[in-house]
Write a protein that binds this ligand. Structure first.
Ligand SMILES: Nc1ncnc2c1ncn2[C@@H]1O[C@H](COP(=O)(O)OP(=O)(O)OP(=O)(O)O)[C@@H](O)[C@H]1O
Ligand SMILES: [Mg+2]
Length: 267
C-alpha cells in the first residue's frame, strides 16, 4: 500500500487471546495485518467464529488492544471515535424509541436541530424502504426492517469510516438484493471507507473493491483479492459476468478448507 495519508485503516500484528470459562487460553486473532485505503470498500469473509466481529470491535475501541497496532483515520485507536460508524451484527435499536427516534440518535447527540435531522432521517429511511414506519417501535417491525433502521442510523451520521457486521444477514434474498443496491448506490456517491463483514461471497464480490479471507480461529488474513469489476455496480447483472464466477471460485477455494476446519474445531 502507498503513502500513510492514503490509508484510513492500518492494522499491524493484531493478536488477541482470552481465557474461556475453564480458564483455558483461547487464541482468537493471530497477528492480523490489514490496510484499507481512503474511500475503499473492503469485505472480510471467514468461517463462523474466526474472529470477524472481534476484529471490528478492536477498530471501534470496544475491546482493549493486547498486542499489535490499530490506526484509524491517521490516529492510533485510543477512545470512542465519532468519525467511525458501526452497523452491528445484532441491530441494537433502543426499544423505547420509535424508528425515526432511533435513526436520529447520532444527529441528536451531535446537536443537529430537530427539523433538519428529521428531514434527513425521513429521506434515508425512505431510501431503505421504510417510509410510513417512522413512528413504529422496533417491536412492531420485522427483523429485516430493524436491520435497515440500524443501517439508516449509521448512514445519516455520514461517518468517515464505516464498520458493518453482516448488516444484511437477516434479510430475505429479494430484500437483500434491493438493499444492497440502495446501499452501494449511496456508497458510490459518497465513497466512505468501509470494512464489511459477510458470510456471503456473492455479496462480498458485488459490493467490494477488495475481499480478504480470514482463516479459522485463531483468525489471520490468508487471502486478499482485488475485485476488478466496473462501477457503478449493477448488483443483479454482475452475477452473469464471467469475472464474477472467477472471483467466486478464487475466494471459495481459499475459504473451503477453513470452513471445514472451523466445523471440526467446534465439535
Ligand atoms: N467471552 C468469550 N469467552 C470465550 N470465547 C469467546 C468470548 N467472546 C468471543 N469468544 C470466541 O471468540 C471467537 C471469535 O468470535 P467472533 O464473534 O469474533 O467470531 P465471528 O467470526 O464474528 O463469528 P460469526 O461469523 O459467527 O459472527 C469465537 O470462537 C468465540 O467463541
Ligand atoms: Mg460475527
Amino acid at each position: 500500500m502507498g503513502r500513510d495519508e492514503d490509508r484510513s485503516l492500518s492494522i499491524r500484528g493484531l493478536s488477541y487471546a482470552l481465557l474461556d470459562r475453564r480458564k483455558m487460553k483461547r487464541q482468537i486473532l493471530a497477528s492480523v495485518d490489514l490496510d484499507v485505503r481512503k474511500g475503499e470498500f473492503v469485505s472480510v469473509v471467514g468461517p463462523s467464529g474466526c474472529g470477524k466481529s472481534t476484529l471490528l470491535n478492536f477498530i471501534a475501541h470496544l475491546l482493549p488492544i493486547q498486542a499489535g497496532e490499530v490506526d484509524v483515520l491517521g490516529e492510533p485507536v485510543h477512545a470512542f471515535n465519532p468519525k467511525i460508524g458501526y452497523v452491528f451484527q445484532q441491530h441494537a435499536l433502543l426499544p423505547w424509541r420509535t424508528v425515526i427516534e432511533n435513526t436520529e440518535l447520532g444527529l441528536e447527540v451531535r446537536g443537529d436541530g430537530r427539523e433538519d435531522r428529521r428531514a434527513h432521517c425521513r429521506e434515508v429511511l425512505a431510501a431503505m424502504g421504510l417510509a410510513g414506519f417512522e413512528d413504529h417501535y422496533p417491536s412492531e417491525i420485522s427483523g429485516g426492517m430493524r436491520q435497515r433502521v440500524s443501517l439508516a442510523r449509521t448512514l445519516v451520521a455520514a461517518p468517515e469510516f464505516i464498520l458493518m457486521d453482516e448488516p444484511f444477514g437477516a434479510l430475505d434474498a429479494q430484500t437483500k438484493v434491493l438493499i444492497q443496491e440502495v446501499f452501494i448506490n449511496y456508497w458510490e456517491r459518497n465513497r466512505r471507507s468501509v470494512l464489511f463483514v459477510t458470510h456471503d461471497l456473492a455479496e462480498a464480490i458485488t459490493l467490494s473493491d477488495r475481499v480478504v479471507v480470514m482463516s479459522a480461529r485463531p483468525g489471520r488474513i490468508i487471502a486478499d483479492h482485488v475485485i476488478d469489476l466496473p462501477r457503478p455496480r449493477d448488483c443483479e447483472g454482475l452475477r452473469s459476468d464471467p469475472k464474477f464466477l472467477h472471483y467466486w471460485e478464487l475466494l471459495w477455494g481459499a475459504l473451503r478448507d477453513e470452513a471445514t476446519r472451523a466445523m471440526q474445531v467446534a465439535q
